[in-house]
Design a protein around this ligand. Structure first.
Ligand code: FES
Length: 358
């Protein structure tokens, strides 16, 4: 006869929030299950987003990267919640938290679904569409862990559609030749294939009710959450200036341009500003060139925005790392800069997501 796992109580300071954790599950997973959205990113001990301080109790830490938690920090009682299993009741101090994330928590669940369409958007970007059997509630900009059981592969991908659609989800995915998931998008994964989506995860979601400019900065398949955020903003009817910067190599790497133009036409003050880092001679490109981060800095300086601005950024880590200080110089509060970074997981050959607020 199997006995149920021991259950312990975890108390999070400084809020005094309490929850249960079962032996054998991590504190972060227990929080997701109970709809308590703590700061998180990689969920596998690499990014340090979930770093906290153990005040009391017995724990065991699963394998993690010492870049995320150096020995001197663990010796001082710091832990990674995504790697922490409880062996007694715990008291934990959250070292970083986002009160809006906590207040808009949605319990993480698994949803079964099927693939309904796969469409090429460029030579290496695909639009994957799936239909779920049960609705997935999420905020624009969040992501799920998508699993293809037949191929035993799971990757984190951000929804591209607005959250008003909870059954039919879209994902803009960049193909990697050896990507265990993305390489399946050109033939091996077919319409009707079973998938499951577990989520929602991520703190890089659209904040409502701000009046200053909204700045979106993306590259590659970083378009996915930004597309969701932009569609959600338009659906909300909120009007605020929006500057959408997008970095690509050549003209052939740009996509959804007509759709962007018609979405932008519904906003009073919208500019899409693509920057090509490697424009081909045949591109006849008259727009911005060079690194998108330089274009962001220059444009925001010229525009001189002020007020309750926020910024959302999703793309390769070097782009995010370069753009964060520039956004602050442009007058955006660090706590109003939200980002999705593609990280390189320990055991995988294609990028996954880490998210957070600066
Ligand atoms: S280290 Fe815990 S979420 Fe990344």
């Amino acid at each position: 006869m199997s006995s149920s796992p021991a259950v312990h109580t975890v108390r999070f300071e400084p809020f005094g929030i309490e929850m249960e954790v079962e032996e054998g599950e991590t504190v972060l997973d227990a929080a997701f299950r109970q709809g308590i959205a703590l700061m998180h990113g990689c969920k596998e001990g690499q990014c340090a987003s979930c770093k906290s301080l153990l005040l009391e109790g017995d724990i065991e830490l699963l394998k993690y990267s010492t870049f995320a938690l150096p020995d001197y920090e663990s010796e001082a009682g710091q832990i990674l919640l995504c790697r922490t299993e409880a062996y007694s009741d715990l008291s934990i101090e959250l070292l970083s938290y986002d009160e809006e994330l906590l207040s808009r928590s949605i319990p993480v669940k698994s949803h079964a679904g099927t693939v309904t369409r796969i469409t090429p958007l460029t030579h290496d970007i695909r639009l994957l569409e799936i239909e779920l059997e049960t609705p997935l509630k999420f905020w624009a900009g969040q992501y799920v862990d998508l699993t293809i059981p037949e191929h035993n592969v799971t990757r984190a991908y951000s929804m591209a559609n607005a959250p008003s659609e909870q059954h039919k989800l879209q994902f803009i995915i960049k193909k990697y030749p050896d990507g265990a998931f993305s390489a399946l998008l050109d033939g091996d994964l077919t319409v009707g294939a079973k998938v499951s989506a577990k989520g929602p995860y991520g703190g890089c979601f659209r904040r409502e009710g701000r009046d200053g400019a909204m700045v979106l900065v993306g590259g590659g398949s970083g378009m996915s959450p930004l597309w969701s955020i932009l569609n959600d903003l338009v659906e909300s009817g909120e009007q605020r200036p929006v500057r959408f910067f997008y970095g690509a190599r050549t003209r052939a790497d740009l996509f959804l341009l007509d759709e962007l133009a018609s979405l932008g036409a519904k906003l009073n003050d919208f500019k899409f500003i693509p920057a090509l880092s490697d424009a081909a001679p045949g591109d006849e490109w008259t727009g911005e060139t060079g690194l998108v981060t330089d274009v962001v800095a220059q444009t925001l300086k010229e525009e001189g925005f002020s007020g309750n601005m926020d910024a959302y950024s999703c793309g390769p880590p070097p782009m995010i790392d370069a753009v964060l200080p520039l956004l602050q110089v442009a007058g955006i509060e660090p706590t109003s800069i939200y980002f999705d970074k593609f990280t390189q997981p320990m055991s995988r050959e294609e990028p996954s997501l880490a998210t957070g607020a600066n």
